[in-house]
Design a protein around this ligand. Sequence first.
Ligand code: GTP
Length: 265
Amino acid sequence: MAPPKTYGDDLELVATIQALLADPAQRDSPLREPLEQLLGHFQGQRERLERLVRISDGYHHVAREQRLSLVEQYDKQVRRLEKLVRISDRYQNSLRELSLALRDAAMHDSLTGLGNRRYLMERLREENDRTLRLGRGFAVAIMDVDHFKLVNDEHGHEVGDLVLQAIARAVETGLRKYDHCGRWGGEEFLMLLPETPLDQALVIVERIRHAVSTIDRVGEQRVALTASFGLAEHHGEEGFSATISRADQALYAAKAAGRNRVASA
Ligand SMILES: Nc1nc2c(ncn2[C@@H]2O[C@H](COP(=O)(O)OP(=O)(O)OP(=O)(O)O)[C@@H](O)[C@H]2O)c(=O)[nH]1
């Protein structure tokens, strides 16, 4: 089988025809006219082919430009996205910090820095769940400053505030590191002693009662302070509200019995 014709073969043929037409010996040849037509046809084809090549080159050029600009656009978008991610990360971090600060503020008493009632309720729920799971009880003590109204009346509200802060420090210092304490309201504080039977809790609460009674000065002001305590041990079979009620009743009993003492229920 003959090999396929190439463009080079065609050029050779064109050169042969041109040589024939240029040959003076062939001037009167009867083939001259068809050869001239063939040459014209070849030249027409060649021009068409060159036009096609130019168009194709142009098309490739445009496609290449478009491809480059697409790559650039893509890179730009990626950089923009990376920037957005960085901004969003920073934004989320500050939101997280803000929400932690808000949570902290919502859980703490601003005067004493201790946990507030909401904080204490969370700890009570946790300890209550632990008791239900593991069967270990906990003790609750409620402390109320004795005749605190007199402190305010005699020394003013500001000194009253300082007294509450000093008492908060005495309570914190007297507790173990795994105990919880907070301001239950006004001049009342609540202590939560995990996994502590009543007799052990009594020793700890007595220590705090004594510490409060030794506060004799806040700032420049001399003061005489005592506090009364109601203590109750929580058992799995009762809700923690019932334990708090019992501690409250014991506190009233301590007040009624003359204050500056611990009563247990
Ligand atoms: N300075 C100050 N006083 C407070 C604060 N919260 C409550 N109090 C005061 O605490 C006093 C509590 O008085 P009472 O409930 O009558 O009790 P008490 O004088 O402590 O007497 P007993 O509890 O019976 O020993 C009130 O005068 C309140 O105004 C506070 O944040 N700062």
